[in-house]
Design a protein around this ligand. Structure first.
Ligand code: EPU
Length: 424
């Protein structure tokens, strides 16, 4: 027995939806909190997603006290111990790798299983490990587990061959207690990196330049508890903007930082989507005559790879041929195969998809092969004729806070039910 979404398409949505805290910030902020020696780290605006539960399992393995009250997480690392992370939750999400940087930074040693996460093609962590080595650590990988240790961590100059989000955050965490100054060149600039640096600085770290491509970290000797409110999730916000453009008569998306979504907003404008952008909300009205566009995914502030899968669905409704080039994860096109089953005219090539629109989508049985694929199938189900059944929705629950509930409140016919035949 596994849960599925059953969606009856074709109901115009309307109303207001509020965006939750950023998943990709949350999954880094939680491991970052263990760097405190004194006091509790309280994180507000925590989204209700299963990734938070997996990380809480790992905190418990480490003897960290964790209490959740509504959307607030209170993390008390005062009596933690540096235990090996062998719990199966390590393999449930990619972000478990942030415990590498945090534990190495705090104790000079970490033992943990290989992290998991969505399959989007190869996702190496060589840049994280090279960064740890540059700080003075040695890395040993045997039988599916890492042992990373350092007698002493010393600040140094690091150049990232690729501006990796994960490597930038992991190196920042490993370097907060290192002796002297660490410089990360070609650092990633995603808003989630600024959020993590902000938390670490509130805890007593000395990090400058987050949000630019040069980040410096001056080592400190002690860090403390604090309160931090997570930034809104720009990918959830983008998901609802795309839902609005595809399926709403009028929909307002609130608790949103439009600056974080500039690449998507300008593409939607280019597509002729009727929208008003305010300080912290965007309203989209039913738009006729959607135009096709070419999109290339890039590191922030470029067009987010996480939104590429969602935009694909909207492009099936545009009048003409669109092209998506995926430069971050060449194999991130599993959603296209599912959309083809629903009637989409998509031609897949090496690292790209050509979408010919407009096409009518028809409800079918489809599978959420990864998180954003799942969300894109929800959008497709909302505009499809007939009924769509989406299996493997545990992938969606990893990263969206109450997606079905939020959609129901906007008038969508989406229900979650147990389904005997659904694959886990
Ligand atoms: N890369 C390497 N070596 C490394 C690290 C990365 O070659 O050591 C490559 C990757 O293979 C990829 C590129 O560098 O081609 C960028 O990867 P990055 O490290 O930036 O990605 P990530 O940190 O693993 C985060 C998000 C992803 C999002 C990417 C890109 C989290 C937990 N995950 O992954 O989010 O797609 O950045 O923006 O923050 C999602 O939310 O659905 C999701 C997959």
């Amino acid at each position: 027995m596994a849960e599925i979404f059953r969606i009856s398409g074709g109901n115009p949505l309307s109303g207001t939806v509020r965006i939750s805290g950023s998943k990709n910030a949350t999954v880094a902020l939680i491991p970052a909190a263990i760097l405190a020696y004194d006091g509790t780290v309280t994180i507000g605006g925590v989204p209700s997603i299963s990734d938070v539960g997996f990380l809480a399992d790992l905190l418990k393995e480490l003897g960290v006290m964790v209490v959740q009250k509504a959307d607030t997480l209170i993390i008390d690392p005062t009596h933690m111990k540096n235990a090996p992370l062998e719990h199966e939750s390590v393999t449930k999400l990619r972000a478990s790798y942030y415990f590498m940087g945090a534990l190495l930074g705090k104790y000079g040693e970490v033992r943990m299983k290989m992290p998991g996460g969505c399959y989007l093609g190869p996702r190496p962590i060589d840049l994280h490990l090279k960064g740890f080595e540059a700080l003075g650590a040695s890395v040993d990988y045997q039988q599916g587990s890492y042992h990373i240790s350092a007698k002493k961590l010393t600040g140094t100059n690091i150049y990232l061959d690729i501006s990796s989000v994960g490597a930038t955050i992991n190196i920042m965490m490993a370097a907060v207690y290192a002796e002297g100054k660490t410089t990360i060149n070609n650092a990633a600039k995603e808003p989630e990196i600024i959020d993590v640096a902000t938390l670490l600085n509130k805890m007593g770290a000395n990090i400058r330049g987050a949000g630019t491509d040069v980040i410096t970290i001056e080592g400190v000797t002690r860090m403390y508890g604090c309160y931090h409110e997570i930034i809104p999730d720009r990918i959830e916000a983008g998901t609802f903007l795309i839902i609005a453009a595809a399926a709403a008569s009028e929909l307002t998306v609130e608790n949103i930082i439009p600056l974080h979504l500039e690449a998507l907003i300008s593409k939607l404008k280019e597509m002729n989507v009727d929208m008003d952008v305010a300080v912290d909300q965007v309203t989209i009205r039913k738009s006729n005559g959607l135009k096709p566009v070419d999109v290339q995914t890039l590191p922030y502030p470029g067009f987010a790879t996480d939104l590429q899968q969602l935009l694909t669905v909207l492009l099936t409704q545009a009048n003409g041929q669109s092209r998506i080039r995926e430069t971050i994860y060449a194999e991130r096109f599993k959603h296209c195969v599912e959309l083809q089953r629903m009637g989409a005219d998509i031609v897949l090539g090496q690292g790209q998809a050509i979408i010919n629109g407009p096409t009518v989508l028809y409800g079918d049985r489809v599978s959420a092969t990864d998180l954003r694929c799942g969300a894109s199938l929800v959008v497709a189900g909302l505009i499809a004729q007939g009924e769509t059944l989406i299996s493997k929705i545990h992938h969606i629950d990893r990263g969206y806070d109450n997606l079905d509930g939020k959609l129901q409140a906007l008038g969508a016919k989406i229900v979650r039910e147990d389904f005997p035949d659904a694959e886990g």
